[in-house]
Design a protein around this ligand. Structure first.
Ligand code: SF4
Length: 282
């Protein structure tokens, strides 16, 4: 007797490359409906601020980064200011983000490189970005996609997990994942696809207990059934707001409609009735 997950996998076993491309694009459309508020959750006003915030986000949550960057950017609003900073002062501000000594060294060094090599501006160029201290490919793609409108797929832990569950790649290496998934979409779709996958991972397709029974991708997913297939039980696993949205609500209060700022109005079978929960992995 096959399990639910085995039956799901069997349905897609003979999928053609064209079929996979069509399914991948449908997945993006369904995710756009389910998560209309999907966006970069790091707070920033300039490319420089996004670059620094993304470097700080390694090994910590966006919530923690968003809590320290207002103080950091009030003191050091641009590359010349941060390049002239005293390291201990920067360390003290960013301490809550963890690995603060290495991160302080990196952001001050990258600010100095920006001043020395790029007139204090962040270059809109992948090779130039990854040459900066503390700046890997993922950070560079976040900056290009969200500060400069240059599309790209950002493969973080949520994106990697989801595209494998969705059968869009079998790869585990982030660059191979990026290559496989990018081949299924027009480039203009990739930045928003990253955000939608991340929001879906934070709200429904969790690492340990995916809420399959209320997932809007049920019919499109070869992994349906690896999580909770019963809709009632699955509904209890759903998180309606991301940790950043909950944190912003706690700091600014709910909007006039009673929703947290940025919290979506539920659509389709996504999280309509569950109470909001924090997301420690967000
Ligand atoms: S929650 Fe379940 S059905 Fe939805 S994408 Fe994840 S594994 Fe697939």
């Amino acid at each position: 007797m096959l399990t639910v997950a085995e039956k799901s996998a069997r349905r897609f076993a003979a999928e053609t490359p064209l079929g996979r491309t069509r399914r991948a694009r449908k997945i993006n459309r369904v995710l756009a409906e389910a998560h209309p508020d999907a966006a970069c959750e790091l707070d920033f006003d300039t490319p420089f601020q996004l670059l620094v915030a993304t470097v700080l986000s390694a090994q910590t949550t966006d919530v923690r980064v968003n809590r320290v960057t207002p103080v950091l950017f009030a003191a050091y609003p641009d590359a010349p200011a941060l390049a002239a900073a005293e390291l201990p002062d920067v360390e003290e501000i960013i301490r809550p983000t963890g690995f603060f000594r290495a991160k302080a060294r990196n952001i001050v060094a990258l600010a100095r490189d920006l001043v020395d090599d790029h007139d204090g501006e962040v270059p809109a160029d992948l090779d130039a970005l990854v040459a900066l201290p503390g700046t890997g490919r993922k950070t560079a793609l976040v900056v290009l996609g969200n500060a400069f409108g240059v599309p790209g797929l950002t493969v973080d832990t949520h994106v990697g997990r989801l595209v494998r569950r969705l059968g869009l790649t079998a790869a585990t290496d982030p660059v191979a994942v990026e290559r496989d998934v990018a081949a299924l979409y027009p480039p203009r779709d990739l930045t928003m696809l990253s955000h939608r996958l991340i929001f879906h991972g934070r709200r429904i397709c969790h690492s340990r207990r995916p809420a399959c029974g209320v997932c809007p991708l049920t019919r499109l997913c070869p992994s349906f059934g690896i999580g909770e297939p019963d809709p009632e039980k699955a509904q209890a696993l759903v998180r309606t707001a991301t940790a950043v949205q909950l944190d912003r609500a706690a700091r600014t209060g709910p909007d006039a409609a009673g929703r947290a700022p940025g919290e979506p109005e539920a659509r389709g079978s996504a999280p309509s009735g569950a109470g909001p929960r924090g997301d420690a992995s967000a």
